[in-house]
Write a protein that binds this ligand. Structure first.
Ligand code: B12
Length: 534
């Protein structure tokens, strides 16, 4: 039996410089045998991604997008490892990849980590000159040109990645006719080729469950007033019930990535795709029984895009027995699944009570501002501050911890508008605030509304919503000081202390959560509410 070695002669600018890779043997009868089917997928986020704050990042979670991609590639017959960089050095990461010796390395890339991804690609391809490097996620989908520019990254996968990535891997094994793969970008003779948009997966149940690692689930944590509190979080997982969003908020990436880049009209019916509630409940059951996961972060951008849908998911979780019994039972938090979700303004008491019954213990609401004019400018759908207040009240009365997601740094931002945010937080039942700086990510509507002179931060590694980027009436330092003032004056306010005290009286099982939170606020020198948490 003789073998013909079929090298991967990929006619890409980059590849010319690199020796072809041997991936397949073809015997004389044309029978194919894979020599190397190993794929590494890295979440390119550094040590900073594990730093949390009382009014900034509140979660350290598993590399979920990479795990979704890995599960699909595994289903397609590839051997896949998922790498979360965490505290490891780039040298350690590269050494690990050399050890695994994949033919392809995939990278989840945010705008603030694109330079890091390009640096890693350079290090990896100089160690493994014939490896193929593929970037996916937010920034490669928004601006593939800037990812491929002067970098060793060969391909960008645009938008939803499972199907596209598997086709790309398989094409590497066969004719390497890249142009026929929808939803990718690559460079030929210095020119970036972007192929036809990929259709979105209509029924998300066809996709495999994310490829989980116990170590990433156990290392994950939800900081802030949470139930279970950090000390009682056995393991934390991300779960998607849907993808996309009907909203067209000017600063949000999702509408660009999940609609425009897939040829879908923003706000149209098919901009949101769904998993069946039973599929979600089964996966949560699997996470609880297999890894002891007792807190889930639902990644849906707008969990409450349809009340009917919320009720169906809650019923499925209750039917699956994922949340039962009395909250005061000592084993309640380890035997039950609790979850955090993201929602838009507009939740009534009946829905909030059902969500609490189904295990929802905390919710992040996209309030963004307490000024209706600014809400309209951001493309938010809520109208009248009462709608915000009533939604937060409904959640509060159901015992759900409320987290207000606020945006700071709009062009008209001033000390007066900052005062308005603080007043809004003190006057409405908000238990935690997340302040993000307005960041005009490439391709977003807001990016099209601002001219270059209004961008005060050109270094993309600062584009993580934790650093001021847009010019306004306050300087960068004044904006950072304003964010700290929001935290200090809100959490230090008599209204807030009273609120925490009243929340524990009504929902005594939250005492431990607020005790943890009071210590956290104290150690991070934001406010001292410990006397309120007796
Ligand atoms: C859940 C979430 C988080 C979670 C978990 C993030 C995580 N594990 O990746 C937490 C709270 C930790 C988080 C943190 C941050 N986030 Co966040 N987050 C989201 C959110 C709400 C949903 C993302 C999600 O998980 N979707 C579900 C998964 C399955 O879909 P996906 O991520 O899109 O992945 C698909 C594709 O992107 C692609 N893909 C992804 N990776 C790869 C890799 C390869 C090789 C391939 C081929 C394809 C591919 O295929 C995947 C499956 O189809 C989005 C909002 C949004 N608009 O999407 C913001 C969002 C992603 N976050 C954003 C930001 C800025 C951040 C932070 C920097 C904020 C901060 N300063 O703390 C940090 C950075 C991450 C970190 N750990 O520090 C921005 C990113 C914008 C950008 N251009 O970079 C977004 C878009 C929100 C926004 N402002 O518009 N985030």
């Amino acid at each position: 039996m003789t073998f013909t070695i079929k090298p991967v002669k990929i006619a890409l600018d980059m590849m010319k410089k690199r020796k072809p890779i041997i991936v397949q043997q073809i015997d004389k009868n044309g029978g194919k045998k894979m020599l190397n089917n190993r794929v590494s997928v890295i979440e390119v986020l550094g040590e900073e991604s594990r730093k949390t704050g009382a009014f900034t990042r509140g979660n350290v979670l598993e590399p979920y997008p990479a795990e979704c991609i890995a599960a699909a590639a595994e289903d397609a017959g590839f051997e896949v490892e998922v790498i979360q960089i965490g505290a490891s050095s780039d040298e350690e990461i590269v050494a690990r990849i050399i050890g695994f010796n994949p033919f392809c390395v995939g990278m989840t890339t945010f705008t603030y980590s694109v330079a890091h991804a390009q640096k890693l690609a350079k290090m990896i391809t100089s160690a493994l000159p014939n490896v193929i490097v593929v970037a996916g996620g937010y920034h490669p989908s928004l601006s593939p040109e800037t990812v491929l520019e002067e970098s060793e990254i060969d391909f960008c996968v645009i938008g939803e990645g499972e199907i596209t990535f598997c086709e790309l891997l398989s094409e590497t094994m066969s004719d390497q006719n890249w142009a026929k793969i929808k939803g990718i970008a690559y460079k030929i003779d210095g020119k970036t080729i972007i192929t036809e948009p990929r259709e979105r997966v209509r029924d998300l149940d066809i996709l495999p469950w994310a490829k989980r690692s116990e170590c990433y689930l156990k290392a994950a944590g939800h900081f802030g007033p949470a139930y279970p509190s950090l000390d009682h979080q056995v393991a934390v997982a991300e779960v998607s019930c849907s993808r996309g969003c009907h909203g067209v908020c000017t600063f949000c990436v999702s509408s660009v990535m999940m609609n425009d880049r897939h040829g879908i009209k923003p706000g149209s019916e098919c901009s949101v795709t769904l998993r069946s509630p039973q599929n979600v409940a089964k996966e949560m059951r699997h996470l609880l029984s297999t890894f002891g996961v007792n807190l889930c972060y639902l990644t849906d951008l707008t969990f409450n895009h349809s009340v009917k849908r919320v009720k169906a998911i809650c019923q499925a979780l209750i039917d699956e027995g994922l949340h039962f019994g009395n909250e005061m039972d000592s084993v309640h938090t380890s035997d039950n699944m609790h979850w955090y979700c993201l929602a838009k303004v507009g939740i009534d008491e009946e829905t909030a009570n059902l969500m609490a019954l189904a295990g929802c213990s905390k919710l992040g609401m996209g309030v963004e501002t307490f000024t209706e004019a600014q809400a309209v400018a951001y493309g938010k759908t809520w109208r009248g501050i009462d709608q915000v207040r009533n939604s937060l009240l409904a959640l509060d009365r159901a015992g759900i911890i409320t987290r207000a997601l606020m945006v700071l740094g709009a062009p008209n931002e001033s000390e007066e508008t900052v005062d308005e945010i603080i007043r809004g937080l003190c006057q409405n039942p908000v238990d935690q605030v997340r302040v993000s700086f307005l960041t005009p990510f490439p391709g977003t509507r807001i990016a099209g509304m601002l001219d270059d002179s209004e961008i005060i931060e050109k270094d993309w590694s600062q584009w993580d919503t934790d650093h001021p980027v847009v010019r306004c009436k306050l300087s960068k330092d004044e904006l950072v000081a304003a964010r700290a003032r929001i935290g200090r004056e809100f959490y230090g306010s008599p209204e807030y202390k009273e609120r925490c005290c009243r929340k524990i009286e009504r929902f005594p099982w939250l005492r431990e959560s607020y005790r943890w939170w009071a210590d956290y606020l104290h150690t991070s020198k934001v406010a001292d509410i410990r006397e309120a948490i007796v």
